[in-house]
Design a protein around this ligand. Structure first.
Ligand SMILES: Cc1ncc(COP(=O)(O)O)c(C=O)c1O
Length: 367
């Protein structure tokens, strides 16, 4: 009855973690990929006011003109160039679905970072493409010498994400320029997932789109304003691609939720630096503590994740030990072809982080 397509997605990794987590009472949860603060009050009010004043109908498929205009203006300022077109999507996930639907032909190869955000792999497979992983271990930085040998006539796209999930890696100007050079010379289109743009701790965020014209920039509000359930993102890039993505949205998602689009207009005026400052402190605490306990890890420059090496055993063995101690973390193989690391999300209260660190200190050596 079911299509072969459904078998192309394997959700067993995440499901296993979820099932293990369910059995723990009062867990120390450092596994969640969303901010621990709530949607800011002004944004909640804007959403409620939009609903109460009857702005509940479909919007234009491309999204509210006022929001598109604001997103285009903000992006032009931060990226340093004008974009040809934009659209409002149902989260970055929605943007990824539309982009791959428009760009990936069966047999196309898509260069994908390893470790990666899980959705990339599954969506590429779903559309008949082949994910070709470029290894970024041990510092999680994309390097030309790792990418270039993988390029052939079937290579269509490269996915770049900075700051990245699950590693928190942030790329420098030189590193982004190197990717842009390769993409231009080899005629490969770039999909840049910048959902963590507002969580860059040591330097201002740098966008891939500042260096590559042949680039689709995907961004969103899920992480920056903690509205993961509202499903709101945006896409900016070449007109030809955005026109096709809008057409595809018309017959799939139809439009992003209207109240969320209205509220995003308010969200864009909010100063997000207090959260960034708070998460920078959490990053510093987690990094310095784990270093002191003897873990091998890179200092992440952004997002709210850290991706240390397991001090013993496989990632599943090590996370099983953590879970026995009530600590929920995610085995690295959920995000990678390797099974040597684990992901911590420090988007949590300081007290939860401290309790989690105590467990990680205790289980540093095999018991
Ligand atoms: C790198 C990355 N891209 C995209 C998404 C999806 O975000 P959204 O809620 O906007 O669909 C996530 C969520 O975890 C993510 O980590």
């Amino acid at each position: 009855m079911l299509t072969k397509r459904t078998k192309l997605i394997d959700a067993s990794g995440i499901r296993k973690v979820f099932e293990l987590g369910q059995s723990v009472e009062n867990p120390i949860n450092l596994s969640i990929g969303q901010p621990h603060f709530d949607v800011p009050q002004e944004v909640q009010e804007a959403a409620i006011s939009a609903i109460r004043s009857g702005r509940n109908a479909y919007t234009l498929t491309q999204g509210l003109p006022s929001l598109n205009k604001k997103v285009m203006k903000a992006a032009a300022e931060s990226v340093g160039r004008e974009f040809e077109s934009s659209m409002i999507t149902c989260g970055v996930s929605g943007g990824l679905v539309l982009a791959f639907m428009a760009l990936v032909e069966p047999g196309d190869e898509v260069l994908c970072p390893d470790p990666y955000f899980v959705m990339y792999k599954h969506l590429i497979n779903l559309f008949g493409g082949k994910p070709v992983y470029y290894d970024t271990y041990p510092d999680f930085i994309i390097r030309g010498e790792k990418i270039e040998p993988l390029i052939n006539e079937r290579t269509k796209l490269i996915i770049v994400s900075s700051p990245a999930n699950p590693t928190g890696a942030v790329h420098s100007e030189e590193e982004l320029q190197e990717i842009a050079r390769i993409a231009k010379e080899r005629d490969i289109f770039v999909v840049s997932d910048e959902i963590y743009a507002l969580f860059s701790y040591d330097d201002p965020h740098l966008s891939m789109a500042s260096y590559a014209d042949n680039c689709l920039l995907l961004g969103g509000f899920s992480k920056s304003h903690s509205l993961t359930g509202w499903r709101l993102g945006f896409a900016l890039g070449p007109r030809e691609l955005l026109t096709e993505m809008t057409k595809l949205q018309q017959y799939t998602f139809v439009c992003a939720p209207s109240f969320a689009q209205e509220a995003a207009l308010a969200a864009m005026d909010i100063d997000t630096s207090p959260w960034r400052n708070d998460y920078r402190k959490k990053r510093d605490l987690v990094y310095s503590s784990l270093k002191e306990f003897g873990y091998r890890l890179e200092k992440p420059g952004g997002a709210f994740y850290i991706f240390p090496e397991c001090p013993w055993g496989t990632d599943e063995e090590f996370t099983a030990e953590a879970i026995k101690n009530k600590l929920l973390i995610i085995p690295g193989s959920v995000f990678s072809e390797r099974n040597t690391h684990f992901r911590i999300s420090y988007a949590a209260e300081d007290e939860t982080i401290r309790r989690g660190l105590e467990v990680l200190k205790k289980i540093r050596s095999r018991g």
